[in-house]
Design a protein around this ligand. Structure first.
Ligand code: SAM
Length: 433
Protein backbone atom coordinates (compact mmCIF):
# COMPACT_ATOMS: atom_id res chain seq x y z
CA UNK A 1 0.00 0.00 0.00
CA UNK A 2 0.96 3.64 -0.33
CA UNK A 3 1.27 3.99 3.42
CA UNK A 4 3.74 1.19 3.92
CA UNK A 5 5.79 2.43 0.97
CA UNK A 6 6.20 5.72 2.82
CA UNK A 7 7.15 3.84 5.94
CA UNK A 8 9.80 1.80 4.19
CA UNK A 9 11.26 5.01 2.75
CA UNK A 10 11.33 6.35 6.30
CA UNK A 11 13.03 3.25 7.66
CA UNK A 12 15.75 3.72 5.08
CA UNK A 13 16.20 7.49 5.02
CA UNK A 14 14.96 8.59 8.44
CA UNK A 15 12.64 11.11 6.74
CA UNK A 16 8.85 10.73 6.52
CA UNK A 17 7.08 13.35 4.44
CA UNK A 18 3.39 13.70 5.19
CA UNK A 19 1.25 14.06 2.12
CA UNK A 20 -0.30 17.44 1.42
CA UNK A 21 1.30 18.85 4.50
CA UNK A 22 4.16 21.17 5.34
CA UNK A 23 5.36 18.72 7.97
CA UNK A 24 7.98 15.97 8.05
CA UNK A 25 8.94 13.52 10.77
CA UNK A 26 12.62 12.75 11.07
CA UNK A 27 14.62 10.17 12.97
CA UNK A 28 18.02 11.83 13.46
CA UNK A 29 19.65 8.44 14.16
CA UNK A 30 18.73 7.11 10.73
CA UNK A 31 19.67 10.40 9.07
CA UNK A 32 23.07 10.46 10.81
CA UNK A 33 23.70 6.83 10.00
CA UNK A 34 23.84 7.69 6.33
CA UNK A 35 27.22 9.29 7.18
CA UNK A 36 28.77 6.00 8.30
CA UNK A 37 29.91 2.80 6.62
CA UNK A 38 31.14 0.58 9.45
CA UNK A 39 29.64 2.23 12.54
CA UNK A 40 26.09 3.00 13.61
CA UNK A 41 24.82 5.73 15.90
CA UNK A 42 23.31 4.08 18.99
CA UNK A 43 19.56 4.84 19.12
CA UNK A 44 19.32 3.99 22.81
CA UNK A 45 22.05 6.49 23.65
CA UNK A 46 20.72 9.16 21.27
CA UNK A 47 17.21 8.91 22.69
CA UNK A 48 18.12 8.34 26.31
CA UNK A 49 16.50 11.59 27.41
CA UNK A 50 12.98 11.29 26.11
CA UNK A 51 12.21 7.66 26.60
CA UNK A 52 12.28 8.08 30.31
CA UNK A 53 10.83 6.82 33.57
CA UNK A 54 7.55 7.87 35.16
CA UNK A 55 9.53 9.62 37.86
CA UNK A 56 10.83 12.30 35.51
CA UNK A 57 7.49 12.55 33.79
CA UNK A 58 5.97 13.53 37.15
CA UNK A 59 8.57 16.19 37.69
CA UNK A 60 7.65 17.77 34.40
CA UNK A 61 3.99 17.93 35.25
CA UNK A 62 4.80 19.49 38.64
CA UNK A 63 6.86 22.22 37.08
CA UNK A 64 4.05 22.68 34.62
CA UNK A 65 1.60 23.39 37.44
CA UNK A 66 4.05 25.84 38.93
CA UNK A 67 4.42 27.65 35.64
CA UNK A 68 0.68 27.92 35.13
CA UNK A 69 0.30 29.47 38.54
CA UNK A 70 3.05 31.97 37.83
CA UNK A 71 1.44 32.98 34.61
CA UNK A 72 -1.89 33.73 36.15
CA UNK A 73 -0.42 36.07 38.72
CA UNK A 74 0.98 38.63 36.30
CA UNK A 75 -0.25 40.33 33.17
CA UNK A 76 1.86 40.15 30.05
CA UNK A 77 4.20 43.03 29.29
CA UNK A 78 4.63 44.37 25.79
CA UNK A 79 7.37 41.95 24.77
CA UNK A 80 5.46 38.98 26.15
CA UNK A 81 2.40 40.06 24.21
CA UNK A 82 4.46 40.18 21.02
CA UNK A 83 5.81 36.68 21.77
CA UNK A 84 2.30 35.45 22.44
CA UNK A 85 1.06 36.90 19.17
CA UNK A 86 3.87 35.13 17.30
CA UNK A 87 2.84 31.93 19.04
CA UNK A 88 -0.86 32.36 18.27
CA UNK A 89 -0.04 32.80 14.58
CA UNK A 90 1.87 29.53 14.29
CA UNK A 91 -0.24 27.56 16.78
CA UNK A 92 -2.85 26.26 14.27
CA UNK A 93 -0.08 25.08 11.90
CA UNK A 94 1.69 23.21 14.67
CA UNK A 95 -1.57 21.61 15.85
CA UNK A 96 -2.41 20.55 12.32
CA UNK A 97 1.05 19.03 11.83
CA UNK A 98 0.73 17.20 15.13
CA UNK A 99 -2.70 15.84 14.19
CA UNK A 100 -1.27 14.63 10.88
CA UNK A 101 1.39 12.75 12.83
CA UNK A 102 -1.21 11.19 15.13
CA UNK A 103 -3.17 9.96 12.08
CA UNK A 104 -0.11 8.16 10.64
CA UNK A 105 -0.61 5.04 12.71
CA UNK A 106 2.10 2.96 11.05
CA UNK A 107 4.63 5.74 11.68
CA UNK A 108 3.56 5.97 15.34
CA UNK A 109 4.43 2.30 15.80
CA UNK A 110 7.85 2.95 14.25
CA UNK A 111 8.35 5.94 16.58
CA UNK A 112 7.60 3.86 19.65
CA UNK A 113 10.38 1.52 18.47
CA UNK A 114 12.94 4.21 17.59
CA UNK A 115 15.14 3.34 20.52
CA UNK A 116 15.43 -0.35 19.68
CA UNK A 117 18.58 -1.40 17.95
CA UNK A 118 17.22 -4.33 16.06
CA UNK A 119 19.65 -7.11 15.42
CA UNK A 120 21.97 -6.03 18.22
CA UNK A 121 22.48 -7.81 21.49
CA UNK A 122 21.47 -5.80 24.60
CA UNK A 123 25.12 -5.32 25.58
CA UNK A 124 25.95 -3.98 22.14
CA UNK A 125 23.01 -1.65 22.42
CA UNK A 126 24.69 0.27 25.22
CA UNK A 127 27.29 1.74 22.88
CA UNK A 128 30.92 1.09 22.05
CA UNK A 129 32.65 2.92 24.83
CA UNK A 130 33.98 1.25 27.92
CA UNK A 131 35.22 4.42 29.60
CA UNK A 132 32.71 6.27 31.71
CA UNK A 133 34.38 9.68 31.90
CA UNK A 134 33.21 12.03 29.23
CA UNK A 135 35.88 14.34 27.86
CA UNK A 136 35.04 18.03 28.14
CA UNK A 137 36.68 19.70 25.17
CA UNK A 138 35.56 23.07 26.44
CA UNK A 139 37.55 22.51 29.67
CA UNK A 140 40.55 21.03 27.85
CA UNK A 141 40.61 23.99 25.49
CA UNK A 142 41.02 26.35 28.41
CA UNK A 143 44.32 25.00 29.75
CA UNK A 144 47.66 26.28 28.54
CA UNK A 145 48.63 22.82 27.26
CA UNK A 146 45.71 22.86 24.78
CA UNK A 147 47.85 23.59 21.70
CA UNK A 148 49.97 20.55 22.55
CA UNK A 149 47.14 18.00 22.63
CA UNK A 150 47.25 15.55 19.75
CA UNK A 151 44.75 13.22 18.16
CA UNK A 152 45.65 10.02 16.32
CA UNK A 153 43.64 9.17 13.22
CA UNK A 154 43.73 5.46 12.44
CA UNK A 155 42.82 4.91 8.82
CA UNK A 156 41.17 1.61 8.07
CA UNK A 157 43.19 -0.78 5.90
CA UNK A 158 41.71 -0.66 2.43
CA UNK A 159 42.01 -2.78 -0.62
CA UNK A 160 43.69 -0.75 -3.28
CA UNK A 161 44.43 -1.85 -6.78
CA UNK A 162 47.98 -1.05 -7.78
CA UNK A 163 47.59 -0.66 -11.47
CA UNK A 164 51.28 -0.96 -12.24
CA UNK A 165 51.33 -4.44 -10.82
CA UNK A 166 47.75 -5.23 -11.65
CA UNK A 167 47.31 -6.96 -8.33
CA UNK A 168 45.21 -6.35 -5.28
CA UNK A 169 47.26 -5.70 -2.18
CA UNK A 170 46.30 -4.87 1.35
CA UNK A 171 47.82 -1.62 2.53
CA UNK A 172 48.96 -1.29 6.11
CA UNK A 173 46.60 0.81 8.12
CA UNK A 174 47.98 4.29 8.25
CA UNK A 175 48.15 6.50 11.34
CA UNK A 176 48.28 10.26 11.46
CA UNK A 177 49.06 12.28 14.60
CA UNK A 178 47.79 15.88 14.53
CA UNK A 179 47.24 18.79 16.94
CA UNK A 180 43.59 18.50 17.96
CA UNK A 181 42.91 22.19 18.71
CA UNK A 182 43.00 25.10 16.28
CA UNK A 183 43.70 22.81 13.37
CA UNK A 184 41.62 21.68 10.41
CA UNK A 185 41.36 17.91 10.68
CA UNK A 186 40.18 16.13 7.57
CA UNK A 187 39.00 12.63 6.81
CA UNK A 188 39.19 12.82 3.04
CA UNK A 189 38.68 9.08 2.58
CA UNK A 190 35.40 7.44 1.66
CA UNK A 191 35.39 5.35 4.85
CA UNK A 192 34.89 5.96 8.59
CA UNK A 193 38.08 6.69 10.51
CA UNK A 194 38.68 5.82 14.14
CA UNK A 195 40.56 8.38 16.18
CA UNK A 196 42.13 8.27 19.62
CA UNK A 197 42.46 11.20 21.97
CA UNK A 198 43.37 10.97 25.69
CA UNK A 199 42.35 7.29 25.90
CA UNK A 200 38.94 7.87 24.34
CA UNK A 201 37.91 6.70 20.88
CA UNK A 202 36.11 8.85 18.33
CA UNK A 203 34.55 8.04 14.97
CA UNK A 204 34.95 10.41 12.02
CA UNK A 205 32.61 9.88 9.08
CA UNK A 206 33.85 9.78 5.48
CA UNK A 207 34.62 13.06 3.72
CA UNK A 208 34.30 15.19 6.82
CA UNK A 209 36.33 17.95 8.49
CA UNK A 210 36.34 19.59 11.84
CA UNK A 211 38.02 22.60 13.37
CA UNK A 212 38.02 22.66 17.17
CA UNK A 213 38.90 26.03 18.67
CA UNK A 214 40.55 26.31 22.04
CA UNK A 215 39.86 29.28 24.21
CA UNK A 216 43.02 29.74 26.25
CA UNK A 217 44.45 32.26 23.79
CA UNK A 218 41.44 34.48 24.47
CA UNK A 219 42.68 34.95 28.01
CA UNK A 220 46.08 36.08 26.79
CA UNK A 221 44.69 38.67 24.44
CA UNK A 222 41.78 40.00 26.43
CA UNK A 223 42.11 43.34 28.12
CA UNK A 224 39.98 44.30 31.10
CA UNK A 225 38.26 47.18 29.30
CA UNK A 226 37.38 45.44 26.04
CA UNK A 227 36.36 41.85 25.70
CA UNK A 228 38.16 40.23 22.83
CA UNK A 229 36.08 37.10 22.52
CA UNK A 230 34.38 38.48 19.43
CA UNK A 231 37.67 39.28 17.71
CA UNK A 232 38.97 35.91 18.65
CA UNK A 233 35.95 34.06 17.18
CA UNK A 234 36.48 36.05 14.01
CA UNK A 235 40.15 35.17 13.80
CA UNK A 236 39.51 31.52 14.41
CA UNK A 237 36.79 31.23 11.80
CA UNK A 238 38.94 33.18 9.39
CA UNK A 239 41.04 30.07 9.01
CA UNK A 240 38.05 28.47 7.29
CA UNK A 241 37.38 31.30 4.88
CA UNK A 242 38.15 29.96 1.45
CA UNK A 243 40.96 31.58 -0.53
CA UNK A 244 38.86 31.57 -3.71
CA UNK A 245 35.32 32.98 -3.51
CA UNK A 246 33.90 30.20 -5.68
CA UNK A 247 35.09 27.71 -3.07
CA UNK A 248 32.87 29.26 -0.39
CA UNK A 249 30.08 27.46 1.40
CA UNK A 250 26.57 27.37 0.00
CA UNK A 251 24.89 25.91 3.07
CA UNK A 252 25.67 27.40 6.50
CA UNK A 253 23.94 26.06 9.63
CA UNK A 254 24.47 28.02 12.86
CA UNK A 255 23.32 27.11 16.35
CA UNK A 256 24.88 29.82 18.53
CA UNK A 257 25.39 29.54 22.28
CA UNK A 258 22.69 32.16 23.00
CA UNK A 259 22.39 33.38 26.56
CA UNK A 260 19.41 32.00 28.41
CA UNK A 261 18.06 35.04 30.14
CA UNK A 262 16.94 33.38 33.34
CA UNK A 263 19.89 33.06 35.69
CA UNK A 264 18.74 29.85 37.38
CA UNK A 265 18.35 28.04 34.08
CA UNK A 266 22.06 27.50 33.64
CA UNK A 267 23.50 26.20 30.42
CA UNK A 268 25.76 23.17 29.95
CA UNK A 269 28.15 25.04 27.70
CA UNK A 270 29.60 28.55 27.72
CA UNK A 271 27.26 31.15 26.23
CA UNK A 272 27.98 34.50 24.60
CA UNK A 273 26.13 37.84 24.62
CA UNK A 274 24.26 38.60 21.37
CA UNK A 275 26.59 41.33 20.16
CA UNK A 276 29.45 38.82 19.82
CA UNK A 277 27.69 37.11 16.94
CA UNK A 278 27.56 40.30 14.87
CA UNK A 279 31.18 39.77 13.88
CA UNK A 280 30.79 36.22 12.55
CA UNK A 281 32.17 36.39 8.98
CA UNK A 282 29.12 34.84 7.31
CA UNK A 283 29.52 36.86 4.14
CA UNK A 284 33.16 35.82 3.74
CA UNK A 285 32.29 32.17 4.31
CA UNK A 286 29.56 32.28 1.65
CA UNK A 287 29.98 31.08 -1.89
CA UNK A 288 30.23 33.96 -4.34
CA UNK A 289 26.87 32.94 -5.77
CA UNK A 290 25.30 33.06 -2.33
CA UNK A 291 24.56 30.72 0.53
CA UNK A 292 21.51 29.40 2.31
CA UNK A 293 21.89 30.31 5.99
CA UNK A 294 19.92 28.41 8.67
CA UNK A 295 20.02 29.96 12.14
CA UNK A 296 18.58 28.25 15.23
CA UNK A 297 16.98 30.72 17.62
CA UNK A 298 15.29 30.41 21.00
CA UNK A 299 11.74 31.60 21.65
CA UNK A 300 12.86 34.75 23.48
CA UNK A 301 11.19 37.71 21.82
CA UNK A 302 14.18 39.97 22.47
CA UNK A 303 16.38 37.58 20.50
CA UNK A 304 13.98 37.43 17.55
CA UNK A 305 14.05 41.21 17.33
CA UNK A 306 17.85 41.25 17.50
CA UNK A 307 18.18 38.73 14.66
CA UNK A 308 15.71 40.46 12.37
CA UNK A 309 16.86 44.02 12.99
CA UNK A 310 20.58 43.68 13.64
CA UNK A 311 22.14 40.27 13.10
CA UNK A 312 20.84 39.32 9.64
CA UNK A 313 21.50 42.83 8.26
CA UNK A 314 25.03 42.76 9.72
CA UNK A 315 25.70 39.39 8.06
CA UNK A 316 24.22 40.47 4.72
CA UNK A 317 21.48 37.84 5.06
CA UNK A 318 18.01 38.36 3.58
CA UNK A 319 15.31 36.59 5.60
CA UNK A 320 13.36 33.96 3.63
CA UNK A 321 11.41 31.59 5.87
CA UNK A 322 10.86 30.17 9.33
CA UNK A 323 10.95 26.44 10.06
CA UNK A 324 9.66 24.97 13.30
CA UNK A 325 11.05 21.98 15.14
CA UNK A 326 8.17 20.35 17.02
CA UNK A 327 9.30 18.00 19.79
CA UNK A 328 7.36 14.83 20.57
CA UNK A 329 7.77 11.87 22.89
CA UNK A 330 7.97 8.23 21.83
CA UNK A 331 4.17 7.93 22.07
CA UNK A 332 3.72 10.81 19.64
CA UNK A 333 2.49 13.32 22.24
CA UNK A 334 4.09 16.77 22.54
CA UNK A 335 6.86 17.01 25.16
CA UNK A 336 5.06 19.97 26.79
CA UNK A 337 1.74 21.77 26.56
CA UNK A 338 1.75 23.74 23.33
CA UNK A 339 0.78 26.87 25.26
CA UNK A 340 3.29 26.62 28.08
CA UNK A 341 4.82 30.07 27.99
CA UNK A 342 8.47 29.48 28.88
CA UNK A 343 8.72 25.86 27.76
CA UNK A 344 7.24 25.71 24.31
CA UNK A 345 7.52 22.24 22.76
CA UNK A 346 9.05 23.80 19.64
CA UNK A 347 12.05 25.83 18.49
CA UNK A 348 12.58 27.91 15.37
CA UNK A 349 15.09 27.94 12.56
CA UNK A 350 15.31 31.17 10.57
CA UNK A 351 16.34 30.73 6.94
CA UNK A 352 17.91 33.41 4.85
CA UNK A 353 20.05 33.94 1.84
CA UNK A 354 23.48 35.50 2.12
CA UNK A 355 24.45 37.14 -1.14
CA UNK A 356 28.19 36.72 -0.65
CA UNK A 357 30.34 38.97 -2.78
CA UNK A 358 27.73 39.37 -5.47
CA UNK A 359 25.54 42.38 -6.05
CA UNK A 360 22.17 41.29 -4.61
CA UNK A 361 20.51 42.31 -7.90
CA UNK A 362 22.61 39.87 -9.95
CA UNK A 363 22.06 37.11 -7.48
CA UNK A 364 21.19 33.72 -8.83
CA UNK A 365 17.78 32.95 -7.43
CA UNK A 366 17.67 30.18 -4.91
CA UNK A 367 14.86 27.70 -4.94
CA UNK A 368 11.98 29.32 -3.10
CA UNK A 369 12.04 28.07 0.46
CA UNK A 370 8.50 27.36 1.55
CA UNK A 371 7.68 29.24 4.75
CA UNK A 372 6.38 27.60 7.95
CA UNK A 373 7.65 24.08 7.42
CA UNK A 374 7.45 21.85 10.45
CA UNK A 375 10.04 19.26 11.40
CA UNK A 376 8.85 16.78 13.99
CA UNK A 377 11.23 14.56 15.97
CA UNK A 378 11.93 13.01 19.36
CA UNK A 379 14.69 15.13 20.96
CA UNK A 380 18.08 13.71 21.89
CA UNK A 381 20.51 15.15 24.44
CA UNK A 382 20.17 18.62 25.95
CA UNK A 383 20.14 21.24 23.16
CA UNK A 384 20.96 18.66 20.46
CA UNK A 385 19.24 19.70 17.24
CA UNK A 386 18.00 17.35 14.52
CA UNK A 387 20.28 17.32 11.43
CA UNK A 388 18.72 19.60 8.81
CA UNK A 389 21.12 18.86 5.97
CA UNK A 390 18.90 16.38 4.14
CA UNK A 391 15.96 18.81 4.19
CA UNK A 392 17.90 21.93 3.22
CA UNK A 393 20.09 20.50 0.46
CA UNK A 394 17.22 20.50 -2.01
CA UNK A 395 17.17 24.30 -1.86
CA UNK A 396 20.81 24.64 -2.85
CA UNK A 397 20.69 21.96 -5.52
CA UNK A 398 21.63 24.44 -8.23
CA UNK A 399 25.15 24.71 -6.84
CA UNK A 400 27.24 21.62 -7.25
CA UNK A 401 28.96 20.20 -5.32
CA UNK A 402 27.28 21.56 -2.21
CA UNK A 403 29.69 22.83 0.39
CA UNK A 404 28.24 22.72 3.88
CA UNK A 405 29.49 24.14 7.17
CA UNK A 406 28.03 24.02 10.67
CA UNK A 407 29.13 26.66 13.18
CA UNK A 408 29.11 25.87 16.93
CA UNK A 409 28.73 22.20 16.01
CA UNK A 410 28.93 19.32 18.46
CA UNK A 411 29.07 16.60 15.82
CA UNK A 412 30.70 15.82 12.50
CA UNK A 413 28.82 14.69 9.37
CA UNK A 414 29.83 13.29 5.98
CA UNK A 415 30.27 16.11 3.48
CA UNK A 416 30.32 18.82 6.16
CA UNK A 417 32.86 21.04 7.90
CA UNK A 418 32.14 21.33 11.64
CA UNK A 419 33.45 24.31 13.59
CA UNK A 420 33.12 24.95 17.33
CA UNK A 421 34.78 24.39 20.68
CA UNK A 422 33.56 20.79 20.91
CA UNK A 423 32.74 19.40 17.44
CA UNK A 424 33.99 15.97 18.57
CA UNK A 425 31.49 15.79 21.43
CA UNK A 426 28.95 13.40 19.87
CA UNK A 427 31.66 11.52 17.92
CA UNK A 428 32.83 9.71 21.05
CA UNK A 429 32.49 5.96 20.72
CA UNK A 430 29.89 5.84 23.52
CA UNK A 431 27.39 7.31 21.03
CA UNK A 432 27.95 4.45 18.55
CA UNK A 433 27.11 0.78 18.25
N1 SAM B 1 23.91 22.37 17.39
C1 SAM B 1 24.55 21.70 18.49
C2 SAM B 1 23.93 20.33 18.67
O1 SAM B 1 22.92 20.05 18.00
O2 SAM B 1 24.43 19.54 19.46
C3 SAM B 1 24.42 22.49 19.78
C4 SAM B 1 25.22 23.78 19.75
S1 SAM B 1 25.15 24.62 21.28
C5 SAM B 1 23.65 25.53 21.17
C6 SAM B 1 26.39 25.87 21.15
C7 SAM B 1 27.83 25.40 21.13
O3 SAM B 1 28.71 26.52 21.00
C8 SAM B 1 28.28 24.66 22.37
O4 SAM B 1 28.92 23.48 21.98
C9 SAM B 1 29.28 25.62 23.02
O5 SAM B 1 30.28 24.96 23.78
C10 SAM B 1 29.85 26.29 21.80
N2 SAM B 1 30.57 27.56 22.09
C11 SAM B 1 30.37 28.41 23.12
N3 SAM B 1 31.24 29.45 23.06
C12 SAM B 1 32.03 29.24 21.97
C13 SAM B 1 33.14 29.96 21.38
N4 SAM B 1 33.57 31.10 21.89
N5 SAM B 1 33.72 29.44 20.28
C14 SAM B 1 33.26 28.28 19.76
N6 SAM B 1 32.24 27.57 20.25
C15 SAM B 1 31.61 28.04 21.36
Amino acid sequence: SKMSEKLSTFLESGIYRFEESNAVFIDPVRVLNRSYNRFKVSPSVYYSRFFESKHTANETSNSRKRKRKQKKSHTLNERERAADQRHQEVRPLLLEAHETLLRATDLLVAISNLRDCSGSSPSKCRGLSSSSIEQSFVELGRVWQAPLYEITLKFHPTNKTHEDRGSLIMENSEQRVLPVFDNLIVNETSDDVEAEFLNSQYILPRESCFYMVCSWLNLLFSSPEASNEATSIKLKIHNLIPAEPDCGFNLIVIDPPWENGSAHQKSRYPTLPNRYFLSLPIKQLSHKEGALVALWVTNREKLRGFVEEELFPAWGVRFMATFYWLKVKENGSLINDLDLFHHRPYECVLLGQCHGEMNPKDLRRFEIVKDNQIIISVPGDYSRKPPLGGLLLEYVSGLNPTRCIELFAREVMAGWVSWGNEPLHFQESRYFL
